[in-house]
Design a protein around this ligand. Structure first.
Ligand SMILES: C[S@@+](CC[C@H](N)C(=O)[O-])C[C@H]1O[C@@H](n2cnc3c(N)ncnc32)[C@H](O)[C@@H]1O
Length: 198
């Protein structure tokens, strides 16, 4: 059985500055969190969800089956081996998940309402880019960024101050809620951070 945990060295060498570590997020925890957000923020489904670095696509696939609030589900993955597994493992399913092979940094995230990054092992630089990119998307509807590693508070303060001092443009202030999430590599739940703007 092919596994997403091992990928060829050539793929790792091709992108030496990217993180190739593998682990999986529990879909029931994620589904519960999505339902909580729908209720708390009074969101009208369908909600578009993207997994930044989707591995073999298990989280997307399980969410598609578990969560009726979701609309478009996209899994983007840098590793060709893992991306091929997404397509292969779900080839016979009747679900409609969009699998993208590529770097999530180069994508447009505007059509997504929930952007998830299992970013525990991502470098500070990548985490900063994720926050920066998310803060720039059109936030007229609630848009959530969910991460497992807390994003740099200095950068959040900077973005908030910039929004506050910009009198002409629509202003958003970034807020954060802390939750808990089950993951494949820990016995206990880990912290999970939900960012949203108001
Ligand atoms: C820890 S795994 C998470 C798998 C899945 N998201 C989950 O939570 O169950 C992180 C994945 O991100 C992928 N990845 C890392 N940097 C990426 C990038 N810049 N663009 C797309 N995928 C990336 C890795 O190849 C790896 O498969």
């Amino acid at each position: 059985m092919e596994s997403a945990f091992r990928i060829p060295k050539t793929e790792i060498n091709k992108f030496p500055n990217k993180d190739h570590t593998y682990g999986e997020t529990d879909s029931i925890s994620m589904s519960n969190l999505i339902n909580y957000l729908v209720k708390k923020f009074n969101i009208t489904p369908p909600i578009n969800f993207i997994d930044l670095g989707c591995g073999d696509g298990k989280l997307c696939r399980d969410l598609e089956l578990l969560n009726g609030n979701l609309g478009l589900i996209t899994g983007v993955e840098l590793s060709k081996t893992r991306h091929n597994l997404c397509k292969k493992l779900y080839a016979n399913s009747d679900t409609e998940i969009q699998w993208i092979h590529g770097d999530f940094i180069n994508m447009d995230w505007n059509e997504y309402d929930i952007i998830y990054a299992c970013n525990t092992c991502f470098s500070e630089h990548i985490n900063e880019i994720i926050l920066e990119k998310w803060s720039k998307i059109n936030q007229t509807n609630p848009k959530f960024l969910i991460t497992l590693k807390e994003l740099p508070i200095d950068q959040i303060n900077k973005i908030n101050n910039k929004f506050k001092s910009n009198k002409n443009k629509q202003r958003y202030v970034i807020h954060m809620e802390s939750h808990k999430m089950n993951v494949s590599w820990l016995k206990d739940k880990t912290n999970c951070f939900v960012y949203y703007t108001e």
